[in-house]
Design a protein around this ligand. Structure first.
Ligand code: PRP
Ligand code: HPA
Ligand code: MG
Length: 158
């Protein structure tokens, strides 16, 4: 279980995904973008829009059930992307690198990029924007919603 949380809102995700697109400009142009579903889909759409890339493919790798990690399963292979040559692969984050390793096995020649990265997975991606510590769990906007929080004075035991 992660010890810290890093909450990412929609606007920050948009900003960070655009920063990723800027950084990827020097590695393109790309034939198309492969989104690693589900978490990679929104960043992939933002990056594809910025790079004016209309061809999107998906790969589905299921590794986590909430915060519990299991064996990675390829539920849908990236049919249109060959060995990945000329393709850009996008995910929301790399954590242990398990998902990235599976994707690299299927698309060895692709450029693999994530918006966020943790130290253990960082060496497996070609490009990323923001690093967080390994014991931080990133809370994405699609996994969260705003709710009432009691005042500090009420929860501090006074
Ligand atoms: O580097 P790793 O340890 O493999 O972790 C990173 C992967 O885990 C999450 O996906 P998840 O399996 O939760 O599926 P989802 O994107 O459908 O939510 C996240 O979106 C990355 O794809
Ligand atoms: O930190 C994380 N946040 C959300 N999903 C994840 N999947 C692996 N690590 C994470
Ligand atoms: Mg994912």
């Amino acid at each position: 279980m992660a010890q810290k949380y890093f909450t990412v809102g929609w606007e920050q995700l948009h900003r960070d995904s655009k920063a990723l697109a800027w950084r990827l400009m020097e590695h393109g142009p790309f034939k198309g973008v492969v989104a690693i579903t589900r978490g990679g889909m929104i960043p992939a759409t933002i990056v594809a829009r910025e790079l004016e890339c209309r061809l999107l493919e998906t790969i589905s790798v299921v590794t986590y059930h909430e915060e519990a990690m299991g064996e990675p399963q390829v539920v849908k292979p990236p049919l249109a992307a060959g060995d990945g040559e000329g393709w850009l692969v996008i995910d929301d984050l790399v954590d242990t690198g398990t998902t990235a390793r599976v994707v690299r096995g299927l698309l060895p020649r692709a450029h693999l990029a994530t918006v966020y990265a943790k130290p253990a997975g960082k060496p497996l991606v070609d490009t990323f924007i923001t690093e967080v510590s390994q014991d931080t769990w990133i809370l994405f906007p699609w996994d969260t919603e705003a709710q009432f929080i009691p005042p500090i004075a009420r929860t501090a035991g006074r």
